[in-house]
Design a protein around this ligand. Sequence first.
Ligand SMILES: Nc1nc2c(ncn2[C@@H]2O[C@H](COP(=O)(O)OP(=O)(O)OP(=O)(O)O)[C@@H](O)[C@H]2O)c(=O)[nH]1
Ligand SMILES: [Mg+2]
Length: 399
Amino acid sequence: MRLVVNIPTYNEKDNIEELITKILSQAKFMPQIDLHVLVADSHSPDGTDQIVKRITRTNPKVHYLDVKQRGLGVGIIKGHRFAIGRLKADILAQMDGDLSHDPSTLPKMVGFINDGYDLVNGSRLTKGGKNLLGWHRRLFTKGSSLYCKLSWGTFRLSEYTNSYRVFTKKLFEKIDINKIPWRAKTYIIQPAFLYAAMTSGAKIKEVPITFVDRKKGYSKAKIIAYTIDVIKFGIKARLQKSKMLIKFLTVGAVSYFLNAIALGLLNRGQIYALTVFAKPLLSMIPETGAPKLFFLILDRLFVASLISIELSIVFNFIFHENWTFKERSHKGFVLLRFLKFNLTSIISPVIQLASILIFVRVLHLHEQIGLATGVLVGLVFNYLANILWIWKAPPSKLT
Ligand SMILES: Nc1nc2c(ncn2[C@@H]2O[C@H](COP(=O)(O)OP(=O)(O)OP(=O)(O)O)[C@@H](O)[C@H]2O)c(=O)[nH]1
Ligand SMILES: [Mg+2]
């Protein structure tokens, strides 16, 4: 297994050699790993390239890539692409080039990849982690992580703006890089990549890290611009998530009308009070004196209701399958998903019935409150069943 540690750099001449030595010294703790270091440099004018190129001449495990343009995201993405394409990496790692990250955490992080995790996140905010920067930087890290949690709607991770990470080549290749603002001037690539990993269903492990302040060189972070980008990204993520819910509700609303129209035409030949046909479409089925099946009377209203409900279930399913949840996993047989969808569609009216009975019989409240509550709970139940069971976050193997 080949691990390539990608170090994005811009003017890190005072740190880079010491960092490379420290990373390579970790090889003895990972005997099964072929450890390489790649410096993805944005054409630093300070001579970082000269130092790295000198090392590459004597050490075949060290590589230099001039990514030409400025931007941390450019260094990260072009570096990882090079690591996969040219260096044949199986595992990718990234850390800052200013010795803020401790390379001795690497073996532990790689260990979790070997255990089957897709991404290992070095966090300052998890138990045991430390952030030794000034108060305003600590505030940024904490504030932006809290903001990401709230706006993305996920509380699975403690930190979202970190840069020390290890992940699999498979995960990197699965992520649609074009959806990530990796050419931005700020470090938005870091939370954005994490977001993409999470929505692709990656199995993520956090390990505590200590972030020390750089001793040499200067900071390139633009915290105000970065904060604005984090806020903008959070809004985008929120809208993205809401989009699915809005589609779900739209399909539900349209299907209600479809249901109502079908029921009216089949049972009365009418759409609401408007007469369309002289006779109901199911006029051959009697309204009274219909045959019984166990305790069910198979009259026209019963058959018409059954057909129109199933019609709306089929309509819902077709639109959820191809529109609402198009981006999510469609693993397995479509017929199986359809059967699951029918099952969850039946549970919703049961919830409504239970809610009406509880509100009236137990709480002694009006049945309309029970119905409204039941509709709401049924809706939430349906939505959750759809996203957690029928159309899971893709792909199911990596959840
Ligand atoms: N390739 C590339 N790397 C960059 C660029 N800007 C910053 N980096 C690297 O990104 C890493 C993080 O940048 P820093 O300036 O240390 O940012 P920071 O850690 O948030 O700030 P400090 O804690 O003050 O150091 C370092 O390795 C930088 O050299 C860039 O334009 N291109
Ligand atoms: Mg730094």
